[in-house]
Design a protein around this ligand. Structure first.
Ligand code: ADP
Length: 587
């Protein structure tokens, strides 16, 4: 500000001031030239008038002096001339010397001091003396020219004073214009510069102002205030719109990256940051091609190249889709160009979708299909070979062996049946519109019956059951078949993953909160590693480690979860310690 104010000094004038000063200088020259001319003319006029006056006086003197002495005797003539000349010189101080001459040019009479014309304004006049129209002599009068000098000087001085005053006034006017008006105009133009640089609301301080300029300053300040108000309003609206868009963008679960034409990230949301394992600030304003994942790969690089090599029209029709694996996450990316309303290309948008879960399920599905086919093949192969044997060699076997064969076939058929049931249950329970009929039922007989039906299976491994049911349990609003299947699933797992001669505890009791009934099946078998425990309820999920060699579909626990949580509004839980055993149950 101070720097700008210093610009408004007399020494750094704008063009307008410079022009004013040049005009003032020229008009000063004109004023002085005019004064000089007027003084010259005035002095000339004064001098001419004075000389005319001198001429007239001399002629009067000539005629009067002839008249006075013409009839006088010779001795009186000089006395009378002296008397008359003295009186004239007394009345006219301008006359310095008078000389009368006769026709022979001899001085007849003279009076006064004949000067040496030291005074440059002195002058003399000669006039002939007439008597009866005849020249009888001449009179020579010398004038001092003092009055003329005085008048001329006075006139010159007055003119000089008048013109000096005029010049001085014009100087004052120019100074006022330069220092006051120009200064205000500079302030005004400074204010306009401020406004044009975007500093709306800037105010001029109208000190010592009056008239039109004050009005102009007031109008300027009003305009500035109005602009400031519009700006604030606009900023508020823009900020509101921006915040709205930002919150929408931020709340999108998918990742969104917007890049300009030069691949610089101009917009990024939190979901992207999570997926790419960086902060949004780290990504913002960087070249997306330079993003490096924790394995040191540049996952975007080649896809952006492919995107740029494809005609924009094609990209507009169908986005470029690619898949990346970043820090163990499988991310699907859709890349499409961005155009303005006038079809001007701005850059592109990449939408990221974390499909880790889907990819896992896909993988599990593939494993499931191979597991199921293997699982189905075993009993089918066993059944076929036994049926083949019985068909072809029926007579070769005794009754006991045949009975044994049939038992094995029965077991395999059951296994097959169970597996097919699991698969059917899965597709049935997964469908949204299934409605289970429910009623208030006692859990005790359901548990006891189910355990009894599973005892045959457990006998193979010599596993024993203990059933602990808290007395007076409230009736539960359940579908009997569904809950039976859940318990069967839990018990069959407990049997499957228990060692020979193991023990299984089946419990039903009021839980810690006192509001719910908790049913659980506990075994002391191989247990589940911690990292698998939270996933065992996922569909198709199977723990496949060295100890978990038993085959299965990975559907059992998922069906338990769906039956309990989706159809009975309950909750499943699992606790396990590797090699010590597991406890599965529901509330
Ligand atoms: P599966 O048909 O493979 O048994 P489940 O959904 O019933 O499928 O079980 C999922 C996985 O959980 C199994 O592969 C198994 O490894 C583990 N699991 C389930 N119950 C037990 C248990 N009682 N003890 C140890 N592991 C178990």
């Amino acid at each position: 500000m101070s720097e700008n104010k210093s610009k408004i000094s007399l020494f750094s004038m704008n063009n307008q001031s410079k022009t004013i000063i040049i005009f003032w200088f020229l008009s000063s020259l004109l004023i002085f030239f005019t004064a000089f001319v007027i003084i010259g003319k005035t002095q000339k006029t004064i001098s001419t008038s004075y000389r005319n006056f001198g001429k007239m006086l001399t002629q009067t003197l000539a005629s009067e002096s002839v008249d006075i002495i013409k009839d006088l005797p010779e001795e009186e003539k000089q006395v009378k001339l002296e008397h008359y000349s003295k009186k004239l010189m007394k009345d006219n101080q301008e006359i310095e010397y008078i000389e009368y001459k006769n026709n022979a040019s001899d001085v007849y009479f003279s009076i006064g001091e004949k000067s040496d014309f030291v005074n440059k304004n002195s002058f003399n006049i000669d006039t002939p003396l007439y008597l009866n129209n005849k020249i009888v002599g001449a009179v020579h009068v010398v004038f001092t020219g003092k009055s003329m000098t005085d008048v001329s000087n006075a006139a010159r001085n007055s003119i000089i004073i008048i013109f000096t005053i005029m010049w001085f006034l014009s100087l004052v006017a120019v100074l006022i214009n330069t220092l006051v008006i120009t200064r205000q105009i500079s302030l005004l133009s400074y204010g306009v510069r401020k406004i044009s640089s975007g500093e709306f609301g800037y105010k001029l301080q109208p000190n010592d102002l009056w008239g039109e300029i004050k009005l102009l300053f007031d109008e300027f300040n009003q305009m500035s205030t109005k602009l400031h108000e519009y700006e604030e309003k606009n900023i508020d609206e823009l900020t509101y719109e921006k915040n709205k868009l930002e919150s929408v963008l931020m709340s999108i679960a998918n990742g969104v990256i917007v890049c300009d034409n030069f691949d610089n990230v101009i917009l990024v949301n939190n979901a992207t940051a999570t997926m790419l394992n960086v902060t949004a600030q780290e990504l913002y304003n960087t070249n997306i091609n330079t993003y490096v994942d924790s394995d040191g790969n540049l996952p975007f690089n080649e896809h952006i190249k492919e995107f740029k090599d494809t005609p924009l029209d094609d990209m507009e029709q169908e986005p470029l889709i690619f898949q990346m694996t970043i820090d163990g996450r499988v991310i699907k990316a859709l890349m499409s160009p961005i155009f303005t309303a006038s079809q001007e290309y701005l850059g592109y948008i990449i939408v990221l979708h974390d499909i880790t879960k889907e990819a896992e399920i896909d993988k599990l599905k593939t494993t499931f299909i191979s597991n199921v086919s293997r699982e189905l093949r075993t009993p089918v192969t066993v059944l076929r070979s036994y049926i083949d044997t019985l068909c072809n060699f029926n007579n070769d076997f005794d009754e006991n062996t045949k009975q044994e064969f049939l038992q094995i076939m029965n077991q395999e058929a059951k296994r097959l049946n169970n597996m097919v049931n699991d698969i059917l249950d899965f597709s049935r329970l997964e469908s949204a519109d299934i409605k289970l009929e429910k009623g208030f039922l006692d859990i005790k007989p359901i548990l006891e019956n189910t355990v009894n039906s599973m005892k045959v299976l457990a006998q193979e491994k010599n596993i024993t059951f203990s059933i602990i049911i808290e007395p007076d349990l409230p009736k539960l609003y359940i579908n009997q078949d569904s809950i039976e299947r859940v318990i069967k699933n839990l018990i069959s797992n407990a049997v499957k993953y228990s060692r020979d001669n193991g023990k299984i505890k089946v419990r039903a009791e009021i839980d810690g909160t006192g509001n719910n009934v908790e049913c659980s099946v506990e075994d002391f078998g191989i247990g589940i590693p911690k990292e698998h425990l939270e996933k065992v309820f996922d569909r198709f999920y199977r723990v496949e480690t060295q100890t978990h060699t038993v085959k299965g579909t990975g559907l059992g626990l998922h069906l338990v979860k769906v039956a309990i949580e989706k159809h009975h509004n309950g909750e499943v839980f699992a606790e396990s310690e590797l090699n010590k055993g597991s406890k599965f149950g529901f509330i």
